[in-house]
Ligand binder design. Structure first.
Ligand code: SF4
Length: 103
């Protein structure tokens, strides 16, 4: 339980440090799905206060880890920046509503 919680907190930092210059095939496919998704921050005109906080925290983490923001879109369900989320391999870090099924 505690290990899970620590992993959850460290993942946004680790995913940025692991970030590659290029996109993997899986990332390209997943980001295509996200591009059409109503939970993608780029597709949401009215953002709630909580949505804005999620976007802001991603920007802060990017600054702290020295990552350049190539694609600012954030999944407003989980609050993760999609460029980093799409690179994940663990089951618990996949799309929360299963839209990446088998990608
Ligand atoms: S991860 Fe899933 S819910 Fe989030 S933007 Fe992508 S497709 Fe939508």
């Amino acid at each position: 339980m505690m290990k899970k919680l620590i992993n959850k907190v460290l993942l946004p930092i680790k995913s940025r440090l692991d970030n590659k210059e290029y996109l993997t095939d899986a990332q390209v496919k997943r980001l295509e799905v996200c591009k059409m998704c109503p939970h993608n921050s780029e597709n949401v005109n009215f953002k709630s206060f909580l949505d804005k906080i999620k976007i802001f925290l991603n920007t802060v983490l990017n600054i702290l880890t020295g990552v350049k923001e190539k694609d600012k879109s954030v999944c407003l369900l989980c609050g993760c920046q999609l460029i980093f989320k799409s690179a994940q391999k663990d089951k618990e870090n996949m799309c929360e509503i299963g839209k990446w099924d088998n990608l």
